[in-house]
Design a protein around this ligand. Structure first.
Ligand SMILES: Cc1cc2nc3c(=O)[nH]c(=O)nc-3n(C[C@H](O)[C@H](O)[C@H](O)COP(=O)(O)OP(=O)(O)OC[C@H]3O[C@@H](n4cnc5c(N)ncnc54)[C@H](O)[C@@H]3O)c2cc1C
Length: 413
């Protein structure tokens, strides 16, 4: 710790990333106040798939964008959906996103993600040892395809993740029916992946908030932040109701809403809402393992005695209403793949916004403004990478030194 280490912090955003950062600052003796405009896990930290899969936490833009990208514009039921509209911000983002769809750029981004991926699961164990009671669950993860040839890109991608330095045990499953009776005979090629875990994300983040609160943290959930500014040797945070909060440092962790507060502080990396949908359904036999259909881009997770089904990537604004057609598109794509479950008995239909950056890397570290930091832009992987992000950023805030794992994620890149 350096001798000007902060003693108080205002964290903006009570999602996985903000709360994990608050917890780690508390661990280092900092008094924290967390402000959220809507509630704990009110953003994308609620209805996501809850996968703690560092072995799949890879850059989103890859060379296959050149095949599925054009389809996204023409086919409203495609897993990636881009509404055709005149929106220069969106087209600017898409041009930059597509420019990262080369093998060379993917490899560079994967090399940047591998060190934080490698810390991800230990960071959950650290939270458990420090009083977070919500459990993480072991896999295996079941990966299913209708046609053998569809598995080739996925297996290839995992081999690249391994080449970058992670171990991702992947093997063919001879008798999938015994582990996952929910798979229909149409799913002819099945793999299992080891070494990964999953959580029930909403309850997990609520429990993390409880832990932060019990350690003395203050959480305000009707506090929309309108501006954050340096003030004296600290910061001043303004909320919609005219209140101000002062502290030594502040961290913006506002997910897909990050640009509104971060852009005036020099953070120019675009963050686009990549909206995903989920719902849960009952299954005849208990669903015990997560299931992934890579060719359909649908992820399923055991959740509260049911199976949560999540999917699609829709590039719209984070505050636009839920589009029922996207739920229908997920249903149409999984209907042939499942049996023994009632897809009509859906609960908790939900839309949430992944904070997607063009280069597939999160934005973690200092802004141009003294004592103001950002933590976000994790895209598809803010749940698994949230706790490791919180630990590394807290270390940077307390010591003034950027940990090696965070260097590629410089918010001012
Ligand atoms: C369908 C789907 C499936 C996913 N599956 C996985 C998965 O399996 N594993 C994984 O790792 N990730 C997954 N993700 C991605 C993951 O959900 C996100 O990366 C992660 O939740 C981002 O967390 P966050 O804390 O940065 O943002 P959020 O959880 O969105 O939190 C941001 C918070 O900031 C608040 N806020 C915004 N603006 C303001 C303001 N001005 N003032 C105060 N508060 C404000 C919001 O209310 C919100 O609570 C999935 C996402 C989706 C949509």
């Amino acid at each position: 710790m350096n001798n000007t280490a902060p003693r108080s912090a205002v964290i903006i955003g009570a999602g996985m990333v903000g709360l994990a950062t608050a917890w780690h600052l508390q661990e280092r003796g900092v008094e924290v106040t967390v402000l959220d405009r809507a509630g704990v896990a009110a953003g994308s930290s609620w209805g996501n798939a809850g996968w703690l899969t560092p072995g799949m936490a890879m850059p989103l833009s890859d060379p296959s964008i050149w095949t599925y990208g054009p389809k996204a514009l023409l086919d409203p039921s495609a897993p990636l959906h881009i509404p055709v509209r005149l929106d220069p911000r969106l087209w600017n983002f898409l041009a930059r996103f597509a420019a990262h769809g080369t093998q060379r750029r993917w490899d560079t981004a994967m090399a940047a993600l591998t060190p934080i991926d490698s810390l991800a699961l230990d960071a959950f164990d650290e939270l458990a040892a420090g009083g977070v009671r919500a459990r993480t669950h072991e896999g295996p993860f079941i990966i299913g395809f209708e046609r053998e040839r569809e598995s080739t890109p996925f297996v290839h991608e995992i081999s690249h993740v391994e080449r970058a330095g992670q171990s991702v045990p992947l093997s063919r499953l001879a008798d999938p029916g015994s582990l996952v009776p929910q798979l229909s005979p149409a799913v002819s090629t099945v793999f299992q992946m080891g070494g990964q875990r999953f959580i029930e994300p909403g309850p997990y983040v609520e429990d993390l908030a409880r832990a932060v609160h019990e350690r003395g943290g203050v959480i305000h959930t009707d506090a929309e932040v309108t501006a954050v500014q340096p003030a004296g040797s600290g910061v001043r945070v303004f909320t919609h109701d005219g209140r101000t909060h002062e502290a030594d440092v502040s961290v913006l962790a506002t997910g897909a809403w990050l640009p509104g507060l971060a852009r005036p502080l020099g953070v120019r990396t675009l963050v686009q809402a990549g909206r995903g949908y989920s719902f849960s359904v009952p299954t005849e036999q208990p669903a015990e393992y997560p299931i992934y259909f890579p060719a359909r881009r649908v992820a399923c997770t055991p959740y509260q005695g049911r199976l949560r089904i999540a999917g699609t990537m829709e590039f719209r604004g984070p505050d636009e209403p839920l589009q029922p057609r996207r739920i229908e598109a997920i249903l149409a794509s999984v209907r042939p793949l499942f049996q023994n479950m009632d897809l009509e008995d859906r609960r908790a239909e939900w839309v949430g916004s992944r904070p997607v950056t063009p280069d597939g890397l999160p934005i973690i570290g200092a802004t141009n403004a003294p004592n103001i930091f950002v933590a976000g832009g994790h895209g598809m992987w803010g749940i698994v990478l949230g706790p490791a992000t919180g630990r590394l950023l807290a270390e940077q805030i307390m010591t003034g030194t950027v940990p090696a794992e965070l260097r590629p994620f410089n918010p001012l890149r």
